[in-house]
Design a protein. Structure first.
Length: 376
C-alpha cells in the first residue's frame, strides 16, 4: 500500500496540536499529539496550565475528520521526448481553503505546473494542470502531485501519485516543445477571447442534424473535426456542415494514435483526412497523442496544418449527463479544466448526450460571461 505524509498544525483557543496523517487514496492513519502545556485564556494569572481534556478531544476530532487525498489523471501513453498534460487533484477541500499544487516526475521525467488552481465547490476538489516531459527513452514514468492546503490556522501537506504510469512507447521526439507552443496548441491557435466549440469523429444523421440546428439557433460557429472515413461514408451530411458555415478541421482518416506512426503513415493519414478550412488549418491528433511533440508538429506543418488539442474536455464519449458536462465547463473537475476566455471545448458528434445537451452547454459558457464565435 502506497502511503503519503501529511503534517497538521491546529491552533484553537490557545491550544497547539501537531500530527501526521494520510493523503493517498489507499488510506493511512492520523495521530494527533496534544501540547503538554499552554496558556489558557480565563485562568487567573494566565499561567501555563494543562489543556482541558474536552477541548483537546474536540481539536483531535476536528483534525482527524479532514480527510485529504491526492489523485493524478494522465494520458496512458505518448512519444518519448513528448510532453503530456496531467491533472493533479486534491479531494476533500473545504470551499474556503487556499490550495497550492506542484509536482515532480520519476525516472528522468520532469514536471511543470502551469495556470491557476481551479476549485469545484460541488465535489470539494481543487485541481491544477501539470505537464510531464517524458525522457527520450522508452519506459514508464509517473508524476507525483504535492499540495499545501491552508484552512484558517490549519495547514496540511499531502502528496500522491497516479495509479498507472504514462508509457513512452511511440516514435521519439527528441526536441522538447516550448511552453508557448503548448499553450498555442491547447487553444488551437485561437487568437481571440471567443470560446470555440469543437466536435470530433462523426455521428448519426439525427445527432449531427440536431447539433447544427442548435448552433444555428444560437448563432454559434463551431469547428468539426470529423474522421475522413466518416465523411466519405456520409457525403451529404458532411456537405451540410460546410454549407451551414462551420469550420472544418482534420482528424485523420481512421483515427490512429499518431504518436506511434512513422512519417510515411502520418502523411497518409493526414492526406486522407477531411481537408481543413479556415485559418489556421487545424489537425487534431486522435486521443491527443503526440499533440505536444515537435516531431508531429513538423510533419503537420509540412502538410499545411497547425496542431490543435483543447483546453476543456466534456468527456462526452464516456456518456456523462448534460449536468455533468455543464459542471465541467463551469467549475472544472478531476478530468478537465473549466472553460475560460479563448478556450476550446472538446465534444464528439456521437456523444450520447451531446446533441441533446448542447443548448445547456452553450448556456453554461454564456453564464460565465464568455462569448462564443458567432456564425454570422
Amino acid at each position: 500500500m502506497r502511503r503519503s505524509s501529511v503534517v497538521v498544525t491546529v491552533a484553537i483557543g490557545g491550544l497547539l496540536f501537531t500530527g501526521a496523517g494520510f493523503g493517498a487514496a489507499e488510506g493511512g492513519t492520523i495521530s494527533v499529539q496534544r501540547a503538554a502545556t499552554t496558556a489558557v485564556p480565563g485562568v487567573p494569572g494566565g499561567g501555563a496550565k494543562r489543556a482541558p481534556r474536552a477541548v483537546a478531544t474536540t481539536v483531535q476530532q476536528a483534525a482527524t475528520k479532514v480527510a485529504l487525498r491526492i489523485g493524478v489523471g494522465a494520458p496512458q501513453y505518448d512519444s518519448p521526448g513528448g510532453t503530456v498534460p496531467t491533472i493533479v487533484t486534491v479531494y476533500g477541500v473545504p470551499r474556503s481553503a487556499k490550495v497550492t499544487i506542484s509536482a515532480t516526475g520519476t525516472g528522468g521525467s520532469t514536471a511543470t505546473c502551469a495556470g491557476a488552481v481551479w476549485h469545484n465547490p460541488l465535489r470539494h476538489t481543487a485541481s491544477r494542470t501539470c505537464y510531464l516531459r517524458l525522457p527520450n527513452t522508452r519506459g514508464s514514468y509517473r508524476l507525483t502531485g504535492r499540495a499545501v492546503v491552508t484552512m484558517g490556522t490549519v495547514v496540511r501537506k499531502v502528496s500522491g501519485a497516479g495509479k498507472r504510469p504514462v508509457v513512452a512507447d511511440g516514435v521519439a521526439s527528441p526536441t522538447a516543445m516550448t511552453a508557448a507552443d503548448i499553450q498555442r496548441i491547447e487553444r488551437c491557435g485561437n487568437p481571440t477571447d471567443n470560446v470555440w466549440l469543437t466536435f470530433d469523429d462523426g455521428g448519426s444523421k439525427a445527432q449531427v442534424t440536431s447539433i447544427l440546428a442548435t448552433l444555428k439557433r444560437n448563432n454559434v460557429r463551431a469547428r468539426f473535426l470529423f474522421r475522413g472515413d466518416w465523411a466519405r461514408r456520409n457525403p451529404a451530411l458532411f456537405a451540410s456542415i460546410r454549407a451551414a458555415g462551420h469550420v472544418i478541421g482534420n482528424h485523420t482518416a481512421t483515427h490512429p494514435a499518431l504518436s506511434r506512426l512513422g512519417r510515411t503513415k502520418l502523411v497518409e493519414q493526414v492526406g486522407r483526412g477531411t481537408a481543413a478550412t479556415g485559418t489556421p488549418k487545424l489537425l487534431r491528433p486522435p486521443f491527443g497523442a503526440g499533440a505536444f511533440t515537435t516531431r508531429l508538429q513538423n510533419v503537420a506543418r509540412s502538410q499545411g496544418y497547425e496542431l490543435c488539442r483543447w483546453t476543456t474536455d466534456t468527456y462526452d464519449w464516456d456518456g456523462p449527463s448534460s449536468a455533468t458536462m455543464v459542471e465541467r465547463i463551469r467549475y472544472g473537475d478531476y478530468r478537465s479544466a473549466p472553460i475560460s476566455a479563448g478556450g476550446v471545448i472538446l465534444m464528439h458528434g456521437h456523444g450520447t448526450n451531446t446533441a441533446s445537451g448542447l443548448q445547456k452547454i452553450i448556456d453554461a459558457v454564456r453564464a460565465k460571461k464568455l462569448k462564443l464565435q458567432p456564425l454570422r
